[in-house]
Design a protein around this ligand. Structure first.
Ligand SMILES: Nc1nc2c(ncn2[C@@H]2O[C@H](COP(=O)(O)OP(=O)(O)OP(=O)(O)O)[C@@H](O)[C@H]2O)c(=O)[nH]1
Ligand SMILES: [Mg+2]
Length: 220
């Protein structure tokens, strides 16, 4: 019985993700779903990203957190539309929450929607929100063993941002091991090494977003 309930929850989410994808792709809006453990640097990356691209690509942000509007306030300072979802204890965003948040955004004016998921490397991987791509952020202080320990999110994410590379000289993070494990889980995954703090390597990420927005709904 319990298994059936869980299956129903995931099926309901899948159905709503299809609806979101249809609404967004009809308007030519590209969507990325950023996933990481708490504190890996999602909001810092987003602050840099909106500052760098907001005059070039009309964009909006959905922030997911258990509580507070802190991350939305950080994005709001950069003058792009942002909606905060508070899950009130829930460990991930789901497609229904995103659907409601989308209604608060000027969808006819944007081409890129970036969703910052709740800080958690596990549950968000199971819930499709209607995105074009999942982006996993791993930060150097978390350790090079994380891809193999949290394989689902690394397998599903088309992009991995390896953040806080400014810590590399002070850490035992083994880059070779990380690349080997990440490639074993997902040979197609692109990895961008960045320091959002120092703004190192961010151009590769911006170019990825530019390319994503340029593609039409058939991926051409
Ligand atoms: N040294 C260093 N610190 C960073 C970097 N990027 C982010 N930080 C710091 O890491 C901390 C957490 O960053 P956030 O951007 O809030 O992380 P987050 O993933 O959004 O966190 P949650 O929303 O709570 O899951 C902050 O103190 C940032 O200043 C980086 O590239 N290098
Ligand atoms: Mg954040």
């Amino acid at each position: 019985m319990e298994i059936k309930v869980v299956a129903n929850v995931l099926k309901a989410n899948e159905d709503m993700a299809v609806v979101n994808r249809e609404i967004l792709s009809r308007r030519g809006i590209r969507v990325v779903n950023m996933i990481s453990s708490p504190g890996a640097g999602k909001t810092t990356i987003l602050e840099r990203t909106v500052e760098a691209l907001k005059n070039e690509i009309p964009m909006a942000v959905i922030e997911g957190d258990l509580m507070t509007t802190r991350d939305a306030e950080r994005i709001n300072r950069h003058g792009v539309p942002v909606v905060q979802i508070n899950t009130q204890g829930g460990c991930h965003l789901d497609a229904n929450m995103v659907n409601k948040a989308m209604l608060e955004l000027p969808l006819d004016e944007i081409k890129l929607l970036i969703i910052e998921n709740v800080g958690n490397l596990v549950c968000p991987a199971s819930f499709d929100l209607g995105e074009d791509a999942k982006v996993v952020v791993l930060s150097v202080p978390e350790g090079d063993d994380k891809p193999l320990k949290y394989p689902q999110v690394f397998s599903k994410a088309g992009i991995c941002l390896l953040n806080k590379i400014d810590y590399l000289p002070h850490s035992n993070f083994n880059l070779k091991q990380f690349y080997q494990d990440a490639a074993a889980l997902n040979p197609e995954q692109k990895v961008f090494e960045v320091s959002a703090l120092r703004e190192d390597g961010m151009q590769n990420w911006y170019n990825y977003l530019r390319e994503l927005v340029r593609k039409n709904r058939f991926g051409l």
